[in-house]
Design a protein around this ligand. Structure first.
Ligand code: PMP
Length: 354
């Protein structure tokens, strides 16, 4: 830290992104990316747009808005696009949290929430998940705090049914409830349908996972028009050109090619089920997942040893070195070939394990 760094960040520990290796070719199952390339149409539109990079991007994202209104079933004043969904999550902490409206989220969830809270000087509380890693809905009723819930949750992969999400939104009419649906396209039921009914609901989604665009950085928040106006106040006060031209064009292509996206989601769900069966047969406890990853532990081999042994064999998975999660590894669902290589590697590792 330099002697100039503001003391207001003393309590800030930055988020640690999953490893992005260079050089050695790993099978990368550590950051929940899609194994499939972006839709051909998305690539085509992005390439074409490269010719116009001398011009600023459209701060109103009009083409993308129009396509989203058509494909996602929201009005244009009910949606805001951001540089990855991380950006809209940060905006939500900035816009809807302060000392009078502290943040609240589960103790095991997306690791960026406490970082955003600290970055913005927002007090927060963490509600412990239940023994089986599920969210206890009762814990989230009448809180009078800004609620952040990843549904499905990460890194557990567990999804609450829409009826439970609605109970939480309805049970906190005077607080904003942010439902982070980064993984919703892999089997869960989205809360987008509730937007016309509740003025306190913000649904956050991303193009990073199911739409194969992690490297493009595109996400959105959808909710009541007044909430979206507030988020736009923050956006126009930080970076109105937050979506670059190529990403915006790729986003239009990705939405237009929704058949491509649906086929990929189906393939990932099928591979997830296949992987779950293979890992269970190897003795793993596999938490039922509604995402593009599985969260698993083996009764005999510590999580970190497995992570290191897989790494040795050229396969990267995500291990979290915190007491409650240390037995587990989070494994992204890749292509069928990648998952076959994972199962083969685990077979070898477990044969030689004591
Ligand atoms: N929410 C959750 C639960 C996530 O796991 C991630 C991905 N790390 C994000 C949001 C952010 O994704 P992105 O910024 O790529 O849209």
């Amino acid at each position: 830290m330099s002697r100039f760094f503001s003391g207001k960040y003393d309590a800030l520990t930055p988020y640690t992104p999953g490893e992005q290796p260079r050089g050695q070719t790993f099978i990368k199952l550590n950051t929940n990316e899609s194994p499939y390339p972006p839709a051909p149409l998305a690539q085509q539109y992005a390439k074409k747009e490269a010719e116009k990079l001398n011009l600023y991007s459209d701060p109103q994202c009009r083409d993308l808005m129009a396509m989203a209104a058509e494909k996602l079933g929201v009005r244009e004043d009910q949606i805001l696009f951001t540089n990855g969904s991380d950006e809209v999550l940060n905006f939500a902490f900035m816009a809807f949290c302060d000392a009078a409206h502290p943040a609240v989220f589960p103790d095991i969830t997306y690791g960026f929430y406490p970082v955003f809270a600290r970055l913005n000087g927002v007090p927060y509380t963490e509600i412990p998940l239940q023994e089986d890693f599920s969210v206890c809905v009762e814990d989230y009723i009448g809180l009078n705090q800004t609620i952040f819930l990843a549904n499905p949750n990460a890194p557990t992969g567990i999804c609450l049914p829409l009826s439970d999400i609605e109970r939480i939104v309805a049970g906190n009419p005077d607080s904003v409830v942010v439902i982070d649906e980064a993984y919703i396209d892999f089997g869960g039921e989205s809360a987008m349908a509730l937007i016309p009914k509740y003025d306190n609901l913000l649904v956050v989604q991303t193009f990073s996972k199911s739409r194969s665009m992690a490297g493009a950085r595109l996400g959105f928040g959808a909710g009541n028009a007044a909430l979206i106006r507030d988020l736009n106040t923050i956006r126009y006060s930080t970076n109105p050109y937050n979506i670059n031209r190529m990403t915006m064009a790729a986003g239009v292509g990705a939405l237009e090619a929704d058949g491509y996206f649906q086929v990929n989601c189906r393939r990932i769900v099928e591979t997830r089920e296949w992987t779950g069966e293979k890992l269970s047969a190897l003795g793993f406890l596999v938490i039922p997942s509604m995402t593009n990853f599985v969260f698993v532990k083996h009764p005999e081999v510590p999580g970190r040893d497995l992570y290191l042994a897989l790494r040795e064999k050229g396969i990267l998975v995500r291990h979290f070195d915190t007491p409650k999660l240390t037995d587990y590894n989070r494994i992204t669902i890749g292509s069928r070939e990648q998952m076959k290589a994972l199962v083969a590697a685990l077979n070898e590792i477990l044969e030689v394990a004591p």
